[in-house]
Write a protein that binds this ligand. Sequence first.
Ligand code: GRG
Length: 328
Amino acid sequence: MMHFKNQVGPENRRLQTCSIVGIAAGSNWPKVGRALMDFSTQFNNYVAQTEKALGQLLPPATTRPARIHEAMRYSLQAGGKRLRPVLVQSAAALFPAPHHDPLPAAVAIECVHTYSLIHDDLPCMDNDDLRRGRPTAHKQFDEATALLAGDALLTYAFELLTRHYPTEPGFALVRELADAASSRRLIGGQMEDLLAEKKSDATADELEFIHLNKTAAMIEGALVLGGLTSSSTKSDLAALRAFGRELGLTFQIVDDILDATADSATLGKTAGKDAQAGKTTFVKLHGLEGARCFAREHTASALAALTTLPGDTAFLRQLVETMLVRNH
Ligand code: GRG
């Protein structure tokens, strides 16, 4: 039985009864050859813009005290999918000019995301040795430096927003990012995750809270930041948020599936940790096939949310379809 709250309409109810044959079932991904090329070129383009902006917008590694600035750059420039910066840029691109430059907002959210990864890896939390294919920040430096680098990245994100958007839309951007990273959302999701881990029999409701906040909040936030740097309306922002919520849930369910099925080298982080820790995940609650079915269901909801947005949504459509079949 599927306990995860159904967020959507009739299309999803159809998917709840889908015959599950594999993670790509129901997706038209393999059929989109040419579009796939365009999508990956565009994705790589957004990533390249992000890398360039990171290099330019972060304090130089030589800034005194060099150790903290080296640690900030070490974790931030270690790669990663750059999903959130890509979402900021692709959401902004939906709307007609004039635009504010979305890149400082893209870098700001990547700073907050990276802070959360550094802190999540600390011995007092997940105690992990590997992140983005490299030793975690506390392994490479030391615990105190890693803690401070995370703190510094979080603070720096807001400095960036106020410096690059001193008038409009600075206030709205700060508020959106603060909300996504807050004790009700990112930190709240992490807190419930830690509590759930201790009892290792979390309910579907607890799992929903954790994923909506620990994972989906920052994905929603990225899309809304992009919309705010552009000429979006209130209803566009609501649609971006709805899309982000469903994309975030798809992303997390696939993350749970990968943790159970992929190897550490492919993931660039330690695989199989969830089962080892007896953690409640979509896979534990619903089994691999049930989790795959849910991932397809939330993909369908994300695609439905896109239909109310203006502009060319092909990139975001392909992104959610790619998320469903990603292998890392
Ligand atoms: C410490 C406040 C605080 C929060 C930690 C990020 C996080 C919350 C925990 C990491 C574990 C986890 C599975 C989080 C869910 C969100 C998620 C899948 C993060 C990883 O994001 P990716 O895959 O990472 O986009 P890269 O490295 O590609 O940027």
